[in-house]
Design a protein around this ligand. Structure first.
Ligand SMILES: [Zn+2]
Length: 321
């Protein structure tokens, strides 16, 4: 029983490693995922007492090697210096409160266990990270976050990104469609990071790496080519948030998850008759340089991006940029 439980935990953990974009972050997430899996596989073979001893040693080594630790009600930060640990800890709690209010309209109750957060800080480190957690029988637990970046990017992008994943996981207690989860998390990053993704989105859409919405909505796993999912997820989240706000976006996800009828939920919440129509309007919005106001009705020539078009269910973009 123990083994099968752990096996299902391993499976869920492998399915639910959330990662932030950036090649480095991607590699980190993959490594994290492999580590989690390896650890869980090992757990299946090791007796509980021996396992506990090993974990205790592992944590002691980790704490020692990371220099300093700072504990808040919901996070235990491990990083190079006590000052940074305290700064990240306070920032994480503030993000947790503010982002929960932003997405859900209310603060979250405290988690049963604080989430261990390991932060590598350095001016040359690419911003990114991964958070792992486990869903089981409507509960979410086993938080672990490993992140890196410059001090500023950790504070204004990486922490809010990863904490948004945690807030949504705490709210929904089940996996979200990948595009929506990453889209929401990317949408709370600093503008410099969001602008980078927008630029990359145009590159993806003009080089055949776009993902058709009917395929993207059905994705419960990360695709092998993960970066376009991040960029499209962000731009679609921003597009929908423009039309119905962040709390409206969460309500849309609630509906979609409950019914698993995304076409109907999209129609009810945003008025699009199908995902193709949503995709067409979104492509036009992207092509027009992400205008700030609510886009005009579907399919009008005025809102079509120059050279941007869709065909055969696949996002195809030609002659743009
Ligand atoms: Zn993410």
């Amino acid at each position: 029983m123990m083994v099968s439980k752990l096996r299902s935990k391993a499976k869920e953990a492998s399915e639910w490693v959330s990662s932030k974009a950036g090649i480095e972050a991607q590699e980190e997430a993959t490594r994290q995922s492999a580590e989690v899996l390896k650890r869980l596989r090992e757990e299946q073979r090791v007796a509980p007492k021996a396992l506990l001893a090993r974990i205790t040693i592992l944590i002691a080594v980790l704490l020692f090697s990371m220099g300093a630790s700072y504990r808040t009600p919901n996070f235990t930060i491990q990083t190079q210096s006590p000052q940074l640990a305290e700064e990240f800890g306070k920032s994480a709690e503030k993000h947790r409160h503010d982002l929960a209010v932003l997405w859900l309209g209310h603060a979250l109750p405290q988690w049963n266990q604080p989430c261990p957060v390991t932060v590598r800080v350095g001016p040359g480190l690419g911003a990114g990270g991964a958070t792992t957690f486990v869903f089981n029988k409507g509960e979410v637990f086993g938080w672990r976050m490993t992140i890196q970046g410059s001090r500023l990017r950790v504070l204004d992008s990486v922490l809010p990104h990863e904490i948004t994943h945690m807030i949504l996981a705490s709210h929904f207690r089940q996996p979200l469609p990948r595009w929506a989860d990453e889209g929401a998390a990317n949408s709370v990053e600093d503008k410099t990071e969001r602008d980078k993704r927008r630029k990359m989105l145009l590159q993806y859409l003009t080089s055949g790496r776009g993902i058709a919405f009917n395929r993207m909505f059905a994705m419960t796993e990360y695709p092998a080519d993960i970066m376009p999912l991040h960029a499209q997820g962000l731009a679609l989240c921003e597009f929908l948030v423009q039309q119905g706000g962040r709390r409206g976006f969460v309500k849309y996800l609630e509906d979609g998850l409950e019914t698993d009828k995304w076409v109907a939920a999209t129609k009810d919440h945003y008025g699009y008759r199908n995902l193709g129509e949503l995709q067409n309007d979104w492509v036009a919005w992207v092509g027009n340089g992400f205008p700030g106001s609510k886009p005009a009705g579907s399919g009008t020539a005025a809102v079509r991006g120059d050279g941007l078009r869709t065909a055969g269910g696949q996002v195809v973009v030609s002659g743009y940029g």
